[in-house]
Write a protein that binds this ligand. Structure first.
Ligand code: C2E
Ligand code: MG
Ligand code: MG
Ligand code: MG
Length: 290
Protein backbone atom coordinates (compact mmCIF):
# COMPACT_ATOMS: atom_id res chain seq x y z
CA UNK A 1 0.00 0.00 0.00
CA UNK A 2 2.80 2.40 0.90
CA UNK A 3 4.33 1.71 -2.50
CA UNK A 4 1.27 2.63 -4.57
CA UNK A 5 0.42 5.62 -2.39
CA UNK A 6 3.73 7.24 -3.25
CA UNK A 7 6.17 9.45 -1.43
CA UNK A 8 3.63 12.00 -0.15
CA UNK A 9 1.77 9.60 2.12
CA UNK A 10 5.01 8.05 3.30
CA UNK A 11 6.04 11.48 4.47
CA UNK A 12 2.72 11.87 6.35
CA UNK A 13 3.17 8.44 7.91
CA UNK A 14 6.69 9.41 8.92
CA UNK A 15 5.48 12.59 10.49
CA UNK A 16 2.75 11.00 12.61
CA UNK A 17 5.10 8.19 13.62
CA UNK A 18 7.69 10.74 14.63
CA UNK A 19 5.15 12.61 16.71
CA UNK A 20 4.04 9.45 18.47
CA UNK A 21 7.57 8.33 19.19
CA UNK A 22 8.42 11.78 20.50
CA UNK A 23 5.41 11.90 22.84
CA UNK A 24 6.22 8.44 24.09
CA UNK A 25 9.85 9.43 24.84
CA UNK A 26 8.69 12.65 26.46
CA UNK A 27 6.27 10.75 28.69
CA UNK A 28 8.81 8.11 29.62
CA UNK A 29 11.40 10.69 30.54
CA UNK A 30 8.90 12.87 32.36
CA UNK A 31 7.52 9.93 34.29
CA UNK A 32 10.96 8.84 35.44
CA UNK A 33 11.57 12.35 36.72
CA UNK A 34 8.12 12.64 38.31
CA UNK A 35 8.71 9.41 40.24
CA UNK A 36 12.19 10.47 41.38
CA UNK A 37 10.95 13.87 42.50
CA UNK A 38 7.76 12.48 44.00
CA UNK A 39 5.48 14.61 41.79
CA UNK A 40 2.73 12.05 41.34
CA UNK A 41 -0.41 12.64 43.35
CA UNK A 42 -3.40 10.51 44.31
CA UNK A 43 -7.11 10.81 44.06
CA UNK A 44 -9.35 8.44 45.97
CA UNK A 45 -12.72 7.00 45.01
CA UNK A 46 -15.04 5.44 47.60
CA UNK A 47 -16.28 1.87 47.38
CA UNK A 48 -19.59 1.77 49.23
CA UNK A 49 -22.26 -0.64 50.42
CA UNK A 50 -25.17 -0.28 48.04
CA UNK A 51 -27.79 -0.64 50.80
CA UNK A 52 -26.50 1.82 53.42
CA UNK A 53 -24.01 3.91 51.42
CA UNK A 54 -21.36 3.20 54.03
CA UNK A 55 -17.87 3.60 52.57
CA UNK A 56 -15.89 0.38 53.09
CA UNK A 57 -12.71 1.39 51.30
CA UNK A 58 -11.33 4.04 48.98
CA UNK A 59 -9.38 3.22 45.82
CA UNK A 60 -6.13 5.13 45.33
CA UNK A 61 -5.87 6.33 41.72
CA UNK A 62 -2.60 7.88 40.60
CA UNK A 63 -2.61 11.32 38.94
CA UNK A 64 0.16 12.97 36.96
CA UNK A 65 0.50 16.42 35.52
CA UNK A 66 3.28 16.71 32.96
CA UNK A 67 5.04 20.10 33.19
CA UNK A 68 4.44 20.86 29.47
CA UNK A 69 1.76 18.41 28.33
CA UNK A 70 -0.61 18.90 31.28
CA UNK A 71 -2.59 16.10 32.96
CA UNK A 72 -1.94 12.65 31.47
CA UNK A 73 -4.42 9.85 32.07
CA UNK A 74 -3.29 6.70 33.87
CA UNK A 75 -4.72 4.81 30.90
CA UNK A 76 -1.82 6.28 28.91
CA UNK A 77 1.07 6.38 31.38
CA UNK A 78 0.50 3.18 33.39
CA UNK A 79 1.18 0.97 30.33
CA UNK A 80 4.34 3.01 29.66
CA UNK A 81 5.43 2.56 33.27
CA UNK A 82 4.82 -1.18 32.91
CA UNK A 83 6.86 -1.38 29.72
CA UNK A 84 9.89 0.57 30.85
CA UNK A 85 10.40 -0.79 34.34
CA UNK A 86 8.91 2.17 36.20
CA UNK A 87 5.79 0.50 37.57
CA UNK A 88 7.48 -0.89 40.68
CA UNK A 89 8.98 2.44 41.85
CA UNK A 90 5.68 4.14 40.88
CA UNK A 91 3.81 1.59 42.99
CA UNK A 92 6.09 2.28 45.96
CA UNK A 93 5.24 6.00 45.82
CA UNK A 94 1.55 5.21 45.61
CA UNK A 95 1.65 2.80 48.54
CA UNK A 96 3.65 5.18 50.74
CA UNK A 97 1.24 8.03 50.06
CA UNK A 98 -1.92 6.00 50.41
CA UNK A 99 -0.82 4.29 53.62
CA UNK A 100 0.37 7.63 54.99
CA UNK A 101 -3.02 9.23 54.30
CA UNK A 102 -4.86 6.33 55.90
CA UNK A 103 -2.77 6.46 59.06
CA UNK A 104 -2.97 10.26 59.49
CA UNK A 105 -6.71 10.55 59.81
CA UNK A 106 -7.20 12.03 63.25
CA UNK A 107 -8.14 15.39 61.75
CA UNK A 108 -11.00 13.72 59.87
CA UNK A 109 -13.08 12.77 62.91
CA UNK A 110 -16.04 15.09 62.12
CA UNK A 111 -16.65 13.44 58.74
CA UNK A 112 -15.79 9.96 60.00
CA UNK A 113 -12.79 7.77 59.45
CA UNK A 114 -12.02 5.98 56.20
CA UNK A 115 -11.75 2.28 57.11
CA UNK A 116 -9.42 1.08 54.38
CA UNK A 117 -7.62 1.74 51.14
CA UNK A 118 -7.51 -0.19 47.84
CA UNK A 119 -4.38 -0.03 45.70
CA UNK A 120 -3.73 -1.37 42.22
CA UNK A 121 -0.83 -3.74 41.68
CA UNK A 122 0.64 -4.65 38.30
CA UNK A 123 1.93 -8.00 37.10
CA UNK A 124 5.53 -6.96 37.84
CA UNK A 125 4.65 -6.56 41.50
CA UNK A 126 3.66 -10.22 41.68
CA UNK A 127 7.10 -11.15 40.33
CA UNK A 128 9.03 -9.28 43.05
CA UNK A 129 10.88 -11.53 45.43
CA UNK A 130 9.12 -11.43 48.80
CA UNK A 131 6.34 -8.97 47.90
CA UNK A 132 4.43 -10.03 51.02
CA UNK A 133 7.44 -9.27 53.25
CA UNK A 134 8.00 -5.88 51.62
CA UNK A 135 4.37 -4.84 51.94
CA UNK A 136 4.21 -6.07 55.52
CA UNK A 137 7.14 -3.82 56.42
CA UNK A 138 5.55 -0.89 54.61
CA UNK A 139 2.22 -1.16 56.45
CA UNK A 140 4.00 -1.66 59.76
CA UNK A 141 6.03 1.52 59.22
CA UNK A 142 2.83 3.41 58.44
CA UNK A 143 1.18 1.95 61.53
CA UNK A 144 -1.76 0.38 59.73
CA UNK A 145 -3.22 -3.10 59.73
CA UNK A 146 -2.84 -5.20 56.53
CA UNK A 147 -6.55 -6.04 56.85
CA UNK A 148 -7.25 -2.37 56.01
CA UNK A 149 -5.51 -2.79 52.66
CA UNK A 150 -7.14 -4.21 49.55
CA UNK A 151 -4.72 -5.14 46.79
CA UNK A 152 -6.37 -5.01 43.35
CA UNK A 153 -4.99 -7.22 40.62
CA UNK A 154 -6.49 -7.68 37.17
CA UNK A 155 -7.37 -11.17 36.07
CA UNK A 156 -4.96 -10.70 33.16
CA UNK A 157 -2.05 -10.14 35.53
CA UNK A 158 -2.97 -13.25 37.50
CA UNK A 159 -3.33 -15.44 34.43
CA UNK A 160 0.01 -14.50 32.88
CA UNK A 161 1.85 -16.62 35.38
CA UNK A 162 -0.56 -18.74 37.33
CA UNK A 163 2.01 -20.50 39.54
CA UNK A 164 3.79 -17.33 40.62
CA UNK A 165 0.44 -15.65 41.23
CA UNK A 166 -0.85 -18.52 43.37
CA UNK A 167 2.29 -18.49 45.51
CA UNK A 168 2.48 -14.69 45.90
CA UNK A 169 -1.23 -14.17 46.50
CA UNK A 170 -1.23 -16.97 49.06
CA UNK A 171 1.55 -15.24 51.01
CA UNK A 172 -0.16 -11.87 50.83
CA UNK A 173 -3.38 -13.40 52.15
CA UNK A 174 -1.47 -15.13 54.96
CA UNK A 175 0.11 -11.80 55.85
CA UNK A 176 -3.44 -10.47 56.33
CA UNK A 177 -3.94 -8.34 53.19
CA UNK A 178 -7.29 -8.43 51.38
CA UNK A 179 -7.22 -9.31 47.71
CA UNK A 180 -9.49 -8.14 44.92
CA UNK A 181 -9.79 -9.23 41.29
CA UNK A 182 -9.97 -6.03 39.23
CA UNK A 183 -11.80 -5.54 35.90
CA UNK A 184 -13.42 -8.97 36.09
CA UNK A 185 -14.96 -10.15 32.84
CA UNK A 186 -12.49 -8.46 30.50
CA UNK A 187 -10.13 -11.43 30.35
CA UNK A 188 -10.72 -15.04 29.51
CA UNK A 189 -10.61 -16.62 32.92
CA UNK A 190 -13.61 -18.26 34.50
CA UNK A 191 -14.75 -17.81 38.05
CA UNK A 192 -14.06 -21.47 38.69
CA UNK A 193 -10.46 -20.88 37.65
CA UNK A 194 -10.08 -17.78 39.83
CA UNK A 195 -11.47 -19.79 42.72
CA UNK A 196 -8.04 -21.40 43.20
CA UNK A 197 -6.68 -18.01 44.33
CA UNK A 198 -7.44 -16.55 47.76
CA UNK A 199 -9.45 -13.51 46.58
CA UNK A 200 -11.91 -11.78 48.89
CA UNK A 201 -13.52 -9.45 46.39
CA UNK A 202 -14.40 -9.44 42.75
CA UNK A 203 -14.82 -6.18 40.87
CA UNK A 204 -17.12 -6.47 37.86
CA UNK A 205 -15.73 -4.37 35.03
CA UNK A 206 -17.50 -1.17 34.06
CA UNK A 207 -18.14 -2.66 30.59
CA UNK A 208 -21.02 -4.77 31.97
CA UNK A 209 -22.75 -1.69 33.40
CA UNK A 210 -22.88 0.10 30.06
CA UNK A 211 -26.35 -0.52 28.73
CA UNK A 212 -27.15 -2.68 31.77
CA UNK A 213 -30.54 -1.10 32.28
CA UNK A 214 -31.72 -1.75 28.71
CA UNK A 215 -30.09 -5.11 28.08
CA UNK A 216 -31.51 -8.34 29.51
CA UNK A 217 -28.30 -10.10 28.53
CA UNK A 218 -26.12 -7.75 30.54
CA UNK A 219 -28.45 -8.06 33.52
CA UNK A 220 -28.35 -11.87 33.35
CA UNK A 221 -24.57 -11.79 33.16
CA UNK A 222 -24.30 -9.54 36.20
CA UNK A 223 -26.87 -11.64 38.07
CA UNK A 224 -24.96 -14.84 37.25
CA UNK A 225 -21.56 -13.42 38.20
CA UNK A 226 -23.01 -12.16 41.48
CA UNK A 227 -24.68 -15.49 42.30
CA UNK A 228 -21.66 -17.60 41.38
CA UNK A 229 -19.29 -15.26 43.18
CA UNK A 230 -21.25 -15.59 46.39
CA UNK A 231 -21.28 -19.39 46.12
CA UNK A 232 -17.50 -19.29 45.67
CA UNK A 233 -17.08 -16.95 48.63
CA UNK A 234 -16.22 -13.69 46.83
CA UNK A 235 -17.98 -10.46 47.60
CA UNK A 236 -18.85 -8.39 44.54
CA UNK A 237 -18.18 -4.75 43.70
CA UNK A 238 -19.76 -3.17 40.61
CA UNK A 239 -17.40 -0.65 38.97
CA UNK A 240 -18.54 2.40 37.04
CA UNK A 241 -22.03 3.13 38.43
CA UNK A 242 -23.06 6.31 36.63
CA UNK A 243 -26.85 6.50 37.08
CA UNK A 244 -29.60 6.00 39.67
CA UNK A 245 -31.17 3.34 37.40
CA UNK A 246 -27.98 1.31 37.36
CA UNK A 247 -27.77 1.53 41.14
CA UNK A 248 -31.39 0.38 41.56
CA UNK A 249 -30.91 -2.55 39.21
CA UNK A 250 -27.63 -3.62 40.81
CA UNK A 251 -29.33 -3.72 44.21
CA UNK A 252 -32.06 -5.86 42.71
CA UNK A 253 -29.48 -8.21 41.15
CA UNK A 254 -27.93 -8.76 44.58
CA UNK A 255 -24.72 -6.80 44.20
CA UNK A 256 -23.45 -5.67 47.61
CA UNK A 257 -20.87 -2.98 46.85
CA UNK A 258 -20.33 -0.35 44.20
CA UNK A 259 -18.08 2.38 42.93
CA UNK A 260 -18.74 5.01 40.29
CA UNK A 261 -19.23 8.64 39.35
CA UNK A 262 -22.88 8.51 40.50
CA UNK A 263 -21.77 7.61 44.03
CA UNK A 264 -18.65 9.78 44.16
CA UNK A 265 -15.97 10.95 41.75
CA UNK A 266 -12.31 10.36 42.60
CA UNK A 267 -11.29 13.22 44.91
CA UNK A 268 -8.76 14.42 47.49
CA UNK A 269 -8.51 12.36 50.65
CA UNK A 270 -9.68 15.26 52.83
CA UNK A 271 -12.91 15.55 50.81
CA UNK A 272 -13.94 11.89 51.06
CA UNK A 273 -17.28 11.08 52.67
CA UNK A 274 -17.43 8.12 55.06
CA UNK A 275 -21.03 7.49 54.05
CA UNK A 276 -22.71 8.32 50.75
CA UNK A 277 -26.33 9.45 50.95
CA UNK A 278 -28.04 7.01 48.58
CA UNK A 279 -31.67 6.90 47.48
CA UNK A 280 -33.80 4.22 49.12
CA UNK A 281 -34.83 1.19 47.15
CA UNK A 282 -38.11 2.99 46.31
CA UNK A 283 -36.19 5.15 43.86
CA UNK A 284 -36.06 8.57 45.55
CA UNK A 285 -33.39 10.70 43.88
CA UNK A 286 -30.16 10.94 45.86
CA UNK A 287 -28.78 14.21 47.10
CA UNK A 288 -25.57 15.01 45.21
CA UNK A 289 -22.90 13.36 47.38
CA UNK A 290 -19.69 15.13 46.29
P1 C2E B 1 -9.16 0.67 37.66
O1 C2E B 1 -8.29 0.12 38.74
O2 C2E B 1 -10.20 -0.24 37.13
O3 C2E B 1 -9.78 2.00 38.28
C1 C2E B 1 -11.08 2.46 37.99
C2 C2E B 1 -11.07 3.50 36.90
O4 C2E B 1 -12.40 3.77 36.51
C3 C2E B 1 -10.47 4.84 37.31
O5 C2E B 1 -9.86 5.42 36.16
C4 C2E B 1 -11.71 5.62 37.71
O6 C2E B 1 -11.54 7.03 37.66
C5 C2E B 1 -12.68 5.15 36.65
N1 C2E B 1 -14.09 5.29 37.05
C6 C2E B 1 -14.62 5.16 38.29
N2 C2E B 1 -15.95 5.32 38.27
C7 C2E B 1 -16.30 5.55 36.98
C8 C2E B 1 -17.56 5.80 36.32
O7 C2E B 1 -18.63 5.84 36.90
N3 C2E B 1 -17.51 5.98 34.97
C9 C2E B 1 -16.34 5.95 34.26
N4 C2E B 1 -16.40 6.16 32.95
N5 C2E B 1 -15.14 5.71 34.87
C10 C2E B 1 -15.12 5.51 36.21
P2 C2E B 1 -8.41 6.04 36.17
O8 C2E B 1 -8.16 6.77 37.45
O9 C2E B 1 -8.27 6.78 34.89
O10 C2E B 1 -7.46 4.77 36.16
C11 C2E B 1 -7.44 3.90 35.09
C12 C2E B 1 -6.66 2.65 35.41
O11 C2E B 1 -5.28 2.96 35.62
C13 C2E B 1 -7.12 1.95 36.68
O12 C2E B 1 -8.26 1.18 36.42
C14 C2E B 1 -5.89 1.12 36.99
O13 C2E B 1 -5.88 -0.06 36.22
C15 C2E B 1 -4.77 2.01 36.54
N6 C2E B 1 -4.20 2.71 37.71
C16 C2E B 1 -4.60 3.85 38.32
N7 C2E B 1 -3.82 4.13 39.39
C17 C2E B 1 -2.90 3.12 39.45
C18 C2E B 1 -1.80 2.83 40.34
O14 C2E B 1 -1.51 3.54 41.32
N8 C2E B 1 -1.06 1.70 40.05
C19 C2E B 1 -1.35 0.88 39.02
N9 C2E B 1 -0.58 -0.21 38.82
N10 C2E B 1 -2.37 1.12 38.18
C20 C2E B 1 -3.15 2.23 38.39
MG1 MG C 1 -8.55 -0.88 40.42
MG1 MG D 1 -11.17 -1.79 37.72
MG1 MG E 1 -10.34 -0.58 34.84
Amino acid sequence: EAKSAGRGSLAVFDESMRRRVRRRMQLEQGLRQAIEQDQLSLHYQPIARLDTGEVVSVEALVRWEHPELGPISPGEFIPIAEECGLIVPLGERVLDRAFGQLSRQEARSPSGKIPGVSVNLARQHLLLPDLAGRLTRTVRLAGIDPAEVHLEITEGAVMQDVDVARETLGRLREAGFRLAIDDFGTGYSSLACLHQFPFDLLKIDRFFLEGLVHSDDRASIVRTITALASILGFRVVAEGIETADQLALLRELGCDYGQGFYLCRPTHFADLPSRIPLPHADGLPAPVPC
